[in-house]
Ligand binder design. Structure first.
Ligand SMILES: [Mg+2]
Length: 319
């Protein structure tokens, strides 16, 4: 990193918490507790592909970290730290100040300190790469392959808001344009249930964060576990602000809309009381929406629009 890019150090050189060697040496050093495994995940965000060029830089800083700590939560891991790679067409100090503020606020909130990174000049827009590391008790990671027939299927939070926000930004449903202000934060500032997710280790079996849509992501668990699922649409929590939209729009947003960064997980029915207590402790809404069964594919009951006839990408994609 040289020239004007040394300026970037000003925005990202944060003191590391005790016990961690952070920015400033050849490597960061992170302690991993005895009996634990290191959980590592990485995500790449490319301007024009994953975010609009005019996205608020503070929201972008938030989201770049959020999508990674969401993956840690989906593994049942507790965050240890993260590294950031940033490729920028030019040094824009106002942009960097806002981006780093959004990144740092979430990093402080979820306890995932920035411990290193690299920057370089980009020839084509902004590229953001974040790698997050966490730790999870050996044998207690929430692997996709761990679901068993009879398991409850749970989701956290509510679904559909980010997808409809994206559609509104693309100019769809102009008669509902006023909804954008309400829904936009769910697209630009997702709030993954990080502490709740790490608390699920040892309680839940399989988990995934909803990045590509409930049906598609649950499908990944089913495929890895060799199971099928029955979902009751009337139990699936749609974001309350979607009420004014057509049922077909809501259904597609809820079942297939991505960018949610809430968790879908499975657990033995015997774990219900403990999971509800954990959710209460962390202020998280967690609901049972169906059950794992032998076989394959996802059957959705009580859906207002018959599935498979509306171009539901992700529905029954392997059944
Ligand atoms: Mg994921």
């Amino acid at each position: 990193m040289g020239g004007e890019f040394t300026l970037i150090g000003r925005y990202f050189d944060w003191p590391a918490p005790p016990g961690i060697l952070g920015v400033g040496d050849d490597c960061a050093l992170l302690p991993v507790s005895p009996g634990h495994r290191l959980a590592v995940t990485t995500d790449l965000l490319v301007e024009g592909r994953h975010f609009f060029p005019d996205t608020c830089p503070e929201a972008l800083g938030h989201k770049a970290l959020a999508v990674n700590v969401s993956d840690l939560a989906a593994m049942g891991a507790r965050p240890l730290g993260c590294v950031l790679g940033l490729s920028l067409p030019r040094v824009d100090e106002a942009w960097l100040e806002k981006f780093s503020r959004g990144f740092r606020a979430l990093s402080d909130e979820v306890g995932c300190p920035l411990v290193g990174g690299d920057t370089t000049r980009s020839v084509a827009g902004v590229i953001i790469s974040v790698t997050a590391m966490g730790e999870v008790s050996e044998g207690a990671a929430l692997k996709r392959s761990a679901a068993k027939p009879g398991d409850d299927i749970w989701v956290t939070g509510s679904l559909g808001a980010a997808h409809v926000a994206l559609e509104l930004l693309q100019g769809q449903y102009p008669e509902h344009a006023a909804l954008l202000d309400t829904l936009r934060p769910w697209l630009e500032r997702p709030q993954p249930p990080v502490a709740f997710g790490s608390g699920l280790s040892g309680l839940a079996r399989a988990a995934i964060d909803i990045s590509d849509g409930l049906l598609q992501d649950l499908g990944h668990i089913l495929k890895a576990s060799g199971c099928g699922a029955d979902l009751d649409y009337s139990l699936v929590p749609a974001h309350p602000a979607l009420k004014e939209l057509d049922a077909a729009i809501v259904q597609r947003a809820v079942l297939n809309g991505g960018d949610v960064y809430q968790l879908c997980f499975t657990a033995d029915a015997a774990a219900r009381a403990d999971i509800k207590a954990l959710a209460l402790r962390h202020g998280i809404e967690a609901r049972i929406i169906g059950r794992i069964r032998p076989g394959q594919g996802i059957h959705v009951s009580a859906a207002p629009v018959p599935l498979g006839k509306e171009g539901y990408a992700g529905f029954d994609h392997f059944g």
